[in-house]
Design a protein around this ligand. Structure first.
Ligand code: FES
Length: 163
């Protein structure tokens, strides 16, 4: 069950099996959160609360970890993930321009990361570690170096067609 419509009732079976897997392992917070995210595509607040309560670990502890690590997402994410690097090297090579093109193409406002139809999430990150090929855009884990707006928009167009 992924996307916007998370409900504890519908996810009961999955939550129960995650609880069984981590029962007695109160220290395994990160792997547990990774599993929850793998199941639902993000960390639904109700799911984290449910598991924290069952494991008798304070909810705030889980949320502290979830908000500390960039790998965790507390809001639903789109089917396709576009990660645009806006670190210094990429910025110098025009990453903002590319990001603006992508936003416009997807109809995203400045405060919005995910499209209404949940098709795409655009996230900005600081340096993905391959500055020599900046500017860098990662689309569904595929790295596009020396990214040009036209090429990136073409990739997005192809993904839109796959819907
Ligand atoms: S700044 Fe973009 S890869 Fe380093």
């Amino acid at each position: 069950m992924r996307g916007k419509d998370f409900s504890v009732e519908q996810a009961a079976g999955t939550l129960e099996s995650l609880y069984e897997k981590y029962r007695g392992e109160k220290g395994a917070v990160i792997p547990l959160l990774q599993d929850v995210q793998e199941e639902f595509g993000y960390l639904p607040e109700e799911a984290v609360n449910w598991i924290a309560d069952r494991l008798e670990v304070p909810r705030s502890f889980f949320f502290g970890v979830a908000t500390f690590y960039a790998q965790f997402h507390l809001a639903p994410r789109g089917k396709n993930i576009i990660t645009a690097c806006s670190g210094t090297a990429c910025h110098v090579k025009g990453s903002e321009r590319i990001i603006n093109f992508i936003k416009r193409d997807l109809g995203l406002t400045d405060k919005q990361e995910t499209t209404e139809d949940m098709g795409f999430t655009l996230e900005k990150v600081n340096c993905v570690g391959v500055c020599s090929i900046s500017p860098v855009v990662i689309i569904n884990k595929k790295v596009h170096g020396k990214a040009a707006p036209a090429k990136i928009l073409k990739e997005i167009k192809l993904l839109k067609k796959k819907k």
